[in-house]
Design a protein around this ligand. Sequence first.
Ligand code: CDP
Length: 229
Amino acid sequence: MSKKIVIAVDGFSSCGKSSFAKLIAQRLGYLYIDSGAMYRAVTLGFIQNGLIENGVVKGDGLLDNIKRLEVGFSLNPKTKKHETTLNGVVVEEQIRTISVANLVSVIAAVSEVRERMVELQRKLGIGKGIVMDGRDIGTVVFPSAELKIFMTAEPKIRAERRLKEMIEKGQEVNLAEILANIEERDYLDQTRAISPLRKADDAIILDNSLMTIDEQMVWVEKLIEERIK
Ligand code: CDP
């Protein structure tokens, strides 16, 4: 019998963490959690509640607001996919827009926001058998995860992948705008005071600049096998 483990997938923005983590979870029959979607949902909530002015979060009412924002996931019976919810409303599309992407790293640096999200993420991982992707999963959320992967890819390749994804969804964006957003978020994520993006000492690096998803799966399968046996 194989044992259930926790798999943490961290890394830079838009390097395909979600697709990779989702596929691993599917193959193992594990729960997949996109922690970035949670920070994106909080950001959307703050925008909707008028808490952001010129890219800066207003201090007033912040704590109250965080408490009132319920972030979760629900299964879409038609597509069989999990969708992010904010106060019970599916917000999967709205959280993937460039306007949310442009603010999310500022919101994700707020200590109260991180505390709430980490608490929620740990609850989701109680039963093990989980793959979670993000920035601080292997370092802060699940420091004793059995398998930690740190993903990276060249910025231009990441921007091209994200552009394709957003254009397919009908969004009006261009490569320069996306590249600027990726670089800005990478910088903010790595330099923030609380839980900055960094490779955990025991994480294994995966640079997928020139790898297909199938090649990545072959790469990870051996690592998983060693840990679940
Ligand atoms: O999909 P992409 O890689 O562009 O980003 P994401 O995973 O959706 O995360 C959006 C943003 O949330 C990141 O740029 C971080 O600022 C923040 N985040 C975080 O601080 N900690 C996490 N565990 C996950 C995301």
